[in-house]
Design a protein around this ligand. Structure first.
Ligand code: AMP
Length: 604
């Protein structure tokens, strides 16, 4: 049987591992490197090139070389701006396609090429066929992004046994499953271009993601950019001293050299306190030599890295914990090698972070351990994840009806019974939503379908709607007419894709608009009630109104007009009050109606 491999499919680099003799081992490619750049180059002729070879070609032929496909996976055009170097095709709102040499490629096709290379490397190393994999994704990936990642795995010839959240994988690699029960762990993941902070809890041998936050535009690359800025100033000074034209630092070739030197210096300053940046013959015969101290790098990096602080505070608040409640803080991602990052994390969480694992490899090692758990090579650990955002359906008046709340542990199954809003209605539209806002229109629409059911009086039909999220975080929606047993099951595969920034924004918006959202919901519900009440009162007045005295009739008319006015004003509190007042004013009318009905029943 094929072994199950663990894969960290990264934005910049990817890794693959397998359990051997009870240990997770990361496998090297044919070039001897374990890190495979997630880059694909399409030559004018012949097969695409993946990894280091593709990365080298990026400098020469940027338009034919695709990188950072993970940023676009499961997304639509317009949600994210393209990195320079290659074009996106298609209209706004359609799934993203990269255009390379006149041909469109979806991001999953690019990721599939990276995965296929990893698979070939593993087959070479293991000398057997490899067809089963566990793949990691960021904790905030939505259904569409998870589905697209799974599709990439399948395109590469894998059966994807499990999609695992990156922080969960990292915690597993740190051996945190051996912590005491109820241990809580923060996973601080700072890579080249993205930052994620997650809080996990270990409970009965099971990991749960309690909360997750982050910034998809924050990472080591920003530090590089700041350092390139500093070196550009030195370059301009050099140009001025030696009589070269100004503006040299904006030349792409020179900028590329400055960037290379900046990254190299940054890495060296993680273990040394001072280094020399040397760029021979940068401008003709003139060379740039600059003595860079760690303190100067830190002065540039500090404002950038400080941006992680607010996310750490928010994630703790979301998990309803304080820093003192944490048992471990672990570091993941290459940029956490910077001593300043370690010091800042220590400052934020009030404890020395655990750096016992290689931050570049923790996620891949964890994916491999998860593969081992699935194949039975590792026992006594189960991994659970949670839903990053609430899932529900749109109900009467455009209100979001949550079926699975945010941060629910998956796999999960939950359902609710719905009824027809209109008498004789034959079709119910099930509109599946994801988000934290009260009104359907402010959430994301994952999909829509219709269920036909037997016509029934208003409120009499019974349609059960069930949401099921599997262990990979993929959502299936079932709707069943309990009258006839007819049902529909829809997998939300072609979900309306939302970017991770948008997830962030959704959470912020739901806090910011909490007051008006609740107001809008209260108003909608009160308006629905008014829409039921008003015709019922008019009907009752026509039937038994003569039995009321003039003062009673005048009061009801007055209350009716107050309800109508509050509906027109869009005033939720006033409408609630007016509904109640109308209810009170029509008590006797309602009694008369019942009496009349009963008499009618007796005589009829
Ligand atoms: P990752 O996305 O996890 O591969 O992290 C890549 C980021 O880590 C890049 O910004 C690298 O420059 C940075 N990085 C890697 N090694 C070091 C190091 N020794 N010191 C500082 N940053 C590093």
């Amino acid at each position: 049987m094929s072994p199950i491999v663990g894969i960290d499919l990264g934005t910049t680099n990817s890794l693959i591992g397998v359990m051997e003799a009870g240990f997770p081992i990361l496998l090297a490619g044919s070039d001897g490197e374990r890190l495979t750049p997630s880059v694909v180059h399409f030559p004018a002729q012949g097969d695409p090139v993946v990894g280091h070879a593709a990365l080298r070609m990026r400098v020469l032929e940027p338009a034919a070389t695709v990188y950072s496909a993970k940023r676009f996976i499961g997304r639509r055009v317009g949600e994210e701006t393209a990195p320079t170097g290659f074009a996106l095709t298609g209209a706004e709102g359609t799934p993203v396609r990269f255009e390379v040499r006149g041909k469109p490629y979806p991001p999953e096709a690019i990721s599939a090429k990276v995965l296929a290379k990893l698979r070939a490397d593993a087959e070479r190393a293991l000398q057997c066929e490899v067809t089963r994999a566990v793949i990691t994704v960021p904790a905030y990936f939505n259904d569409a992004q998870r589905n697209a990642t799974k599709a990439a795995g399948e395109l590469a010839g894998f059966t994807v046994e499990r999609i695992v959240n990156e922080p969960t994988a990292a915690a597993l690699a740190y051996g945190l499953n051996h912590l005491r029960d109820h241990a809580r762990v923060a996973v601080f993941d700072l890579g080249g271009g993205t930052f994620d902070i997650s809080i996990l809890e270990l409970h009965g041998g099971v990991f749960q993601v309690l909360a997750t936050h982050g910034d998809t535009r924050l990472g080591g690359d920003d530090v590089d950019e700041a350092l390139v800025g500093l070196l550009s100033e030195k370059l301009e000074a050099l140009a001025q001293t030696h009589g070269h034209e100004p503006g040299q630092s904006s030349q792409p070739a020179l900028r590329a050299r400055l960037r290379e030197a900046a990254v190299d210096a940054k890495h060296r300053l993680s273990s040394e306190t001072v280094c020399s940046v040397e760029l021979p013959f940068l401008l003709g015969n003139d060379s740039l030599v600059y003595r860079l101290e760690r303190s100067e790098l830190e002065r540039l990096a500090r404002p950038i890295l400080e941006r992680t602080r607010a996310h750490c505070i928010r994630v703790l608040a979301d998990a309803r914990l304080s820093a003192a409640d944490l048992d471990e803080v672990i570091l993941v991602g290459g940029a956490t090698r910077m001593p300043l990052v370690r010091a800042m994390v220590e400052g934020i969480f009030g404890r020395t972070p655990n750096i016992s694992q290689n931050p570049d490899e923790a996620v891949a090692l964890g994916a491999t351990l998860q593969a081992g758990i699935l194949s039975g090579a590792v026992q006594n650990v189960v991994l659970l994840d949670v839903t990053p955002l609430s899932l529900g359906i749109e109900t009467c008046g455009g209100v979001m009806n949550v079926i699975i709340p945010r941060n629910s542990t998956i796999p999960i199954k939950a359902g609710e019974m719905f009824t027809n809003a209109v008498a004789g209605q034959r079709v119910m539209r099930i509109s599946v939503l994801q988000g934290e806002r009260e009104m359907a229109r402010d959430n994301w629409r994952l999909g829509e379908f219709e269920l036909e059911f037997e016509a029934a009086p208003k409120g009499k039909a019974r349609v059960g709607v069930q949401f099921e999220i599997d262990a990979n975080g993929i959502l299936q929606v079932l709707a069943r007419d309990t009258g006839t047993g007819s049902q529909k099951v829809v997998e939300m595969a072609s979900a309306v894709d939302v970017s991770d920034e948008a997830v962030e924004k959704m959470l912020e918006d739901s806090l910011e608009h909490a007051f008006e959202d609740v107001n809008a919901r209260v108003f909608t519900e009160a308006k629905l009630k008014a829409e039921e009440l008003l015709p019922a009162v008019r009907n009752a007045l026509a039937l038994v109104g003569d039995a009321l005295d003039e003062a009673e009739k005048a009061l009801i008319t007055q209350r009716v007009s107050e309800v109508e006015q509050a509906v027109r004003d869009g005033a939720s509190q006033a409408l609630q009050r007016a509904n109640r007042a109308l209810d009170d004013a029509t008590q006797r009318l309602a009694t008369l109606l019942v009496e009349r009905a009963m008499q009618g029943g007796k005589t009829g």
